[in-house]
Every structure is written in structure tokens, then in C-alpha cells.
Design a protein around this ligand. Structure first.
Ligand code: HEM
Length: 267
């Protein structure tokens, strides 16, 4: 019996041969320009295999019940990227010497094009990132995502939280006005009261037994080189584990365990 025409699939198209005009036979002179982005992605993919990694990451399966609370991690990541980007522009004008720091920040705020805006973004963005990181931690805690096999990702997360707070602490001194100076004196003294390592920690932060000319450059180096480097590396490890282990389903969707099934599993 002959099948009706609608059920017969059309013949397969010949695949695109690299370096040709994709069967258009020169009909569209702009074809090479239009294909350029796809060609570039193909070129990179052939040499790095990056596309399969990206596809794996973007199209990975997520558990049923995934909801808006699962976006808090990505929101924290976005806040970090904003801080890193605005920080680069602030660093172009900032001078970390105790005699010039305050004047360089005033100049940036009052005279530089969009300076006040970028500084405001960085200042408010710091609070946004801290709020988001706490909300993200609360989500993973409440959903039980710290349990096996994700303990290591929780530990990496705690380290990220501490590093983010160090960013806030070291960044606060940089405007070098009265408030930031005295608040940092208090903060460093509080650090000094910690058990065992406390006094060493405050000596390290001050670059000596008292605040001195080397303190501000030290805070600046920690704020813009040491800690961001660590955060970037740890976010990489954190996301690698998220993709590898998948995310945790909401607790209300976990299958109920009865006493008998647990005992059977143990046996
Ligand atoms: C710079 C800071 C951080 C960034 C950029 C970040 C990013 C992310 C992202 C994008 C995810 C996957 C999506 C999601 O579940 O929201 C995730 C998952 C996770 N994060 Fe974070 N995170 C950070 C800090 C933390 C902190 C402070 C903790 C806890 C102390 C934490 C613990 C976890 C855990 C346990 C998961 C797995 C969630 C699951 O299996 O459902 N993260 N993180």
C-alpha cells in the first residue's frame, strides 16, 4: 500500500561541507559573513571540545520541583562578576598610598566620567553579594544539599562565604576616610582577640604591631589580588561539583523511607 504523501519524510539535506558556501552557489554574497560566528564557534570547538562541556552544563538534567530558590547561586555568581568588573575600573584610578588614597577616591567620585556611578555599583554590589550568598546558603541548608555526596561542595561554600566577608572587610578601609580607618582599627583588634592565631592575624593585617604606611597597600593587595584569585578558583571547583553531582531535589519530593526499607538496605 502506498503511504499518503504527508507521512513520507522529505529527503535528508546534504550536510554543510566546511569551506563551501553551504549549497547557496554564490546566491548570497554575505553568506560567509553570516556564517562567520558559527564557523568561529566550530573552529574553537574542534580544538578545545568546549562546546560539549558547555552543552553538558547548560542542558544538564535538573530534579523535578526545581524552583526560583535554585537561582540564588547563579545570582551570587552574577553579583561577583559585577564586583570584579566594576573593581577593575576603580583600580584604574585608585592609589593605595596612605597620603593619596583619599584624594584618588575623591577625584574618581567627583571628576571621572561615571566614576560615582561605578563606585556606587561596587559599594552597593558588595552588600547585594553578601545578602545573596547568605540566602543561597540558607537554600542549600534548608533543602539538605549539604548531605552526602555534597559535603565537599558545602565546605567549599563555607570557604567562599569567609572569603566574601574578607572582601567586605578589606574593601572597607580603601576609601581611607575617618570612618573606614577607625572601623578597620576596631575590626583588626577584634581579630586579635581570637584564640591562638588571633594576634598573628592582626599583625599580618596591619603589616606590623601598629597601623603603618604598609597597612593600606597590604589591604589593597589582599582585596584585589589574593582573595579574588582564591574566590575564582573555588567558584570553578564549586560549579564543577554542581555539574558533576547534580542538584538536590526539594525535600518534599524525597521518597519516604520507612523503617523496613532502611533495615532491608542495611542488610
Ligand atoms: C561566591 C559564592 C557562591 C557562588 C557563586 C555559588 C554558586 C552556586 C551555584 C551556581 C550553584 C548551583 C545552583 C544553585 O543550587 O543555586 C550552587 C550550588 C551549591 N552551593 Fe553555592 N555558591 C556560592 C557560595 C556557597 C555557600 C556560601 C554555600 C554554603 C555554605 C554553598 C553551597 C552550595 C551547595 C551545597 C550547592 C549544591 C546545591 C544542590 O545540590 O542543590 N555555596 N552554588
Amino acid at each position: 500500500m502506498k503511504l499518503p504523501d504527508v507521512l513520507i519524510p522529505p529527503p535528508l539535506k546534504k550536510p554543510h561541507k566546511p569551506g563551501t558556501d553551504n549549497g547557496r552557489n554564490g546566491a548570497d554574497p554575505l553568506a560567509p559573513v553570516k556564517d562567520a560566528p558559527a564557523d568561529l564557534v566550530g573552529w574553537l570547538d574542534e580544538r578545545t571540545g568546549g562546546a560539549s562541556f558547555l552543552t553538558g552544563m547548560l542542558y544538564r538534567k535538573v530534579p523535578k520541583g526545581t524552583n526560583w530558590f535554585y537561582t540564588l547561586g547563579s545570582a551570587t555568581l552574577f553579583a561577583f562578576v559585577v564586583q570584579a568588573t566594576t573593581g577593575v575600573f576603580l583600580a584604574m584610578y585608585y592609589d593605595p598610598s596612605p597620603t593619596q588614597a583619599y584624594a584618588s577616591v575623591t577625584h574618581l567620585t567627583n571628576d571621572v566620567f561615571l566614576g560615582e556611578f561605578v563606585r556606587g555599583m561596587h559599594k552597593w554590589g558588595a552588600s547585594v553579594m553578601i545578602i545573596l550568598i547568605y540566602l543561597h546558603m540558607a537554600r542549600t541548608f534548608i533543602f539538605g544539599a549539604y548531605k552526602y555526596p555534597r559535603e565537599l561542595n558545602w565546605i567549599i561554600g563555607v570557604t567562599l562565604l569567609i572569603l566574601t566577608m574578607i572582601m567586605g572587610f578589606t574593601g572597607y578601609l580603601l576609601p581611607f576616610d575617618q570612618r573606614s580607618f577607625w572601623a578597620t582599627v576596631v575590626g583588626v583588634n577584634i581579630n586579635g582577640t581570637g584564640p591562638f592565631i588571633g594576634p598573628y592575624l592582626s599583625d599580618f593585617l596591619r603589616a606590623g604591631a601598629e597601623f603603618n604606611a604598609a597597612t593600606l597597600p597590604r589591604f589593597y593587595a589582599i582585596h584585589m589580588l589574593l582573595v579574588p584569585g582564591l574566590i575564582i578558583a573555588l567558584i570553578g571547583a564549586h560549579l564543577y561539583l554542581v555539574v558533576k553531582l547534580g542538584t538536590t531535589a526539594p525535600p518534599w519530593l524525597h521518597p519516604k523511607r520507612t523503617k523496613t526499607t532502611v533495615r532491608e538496605e542495611r542488610v
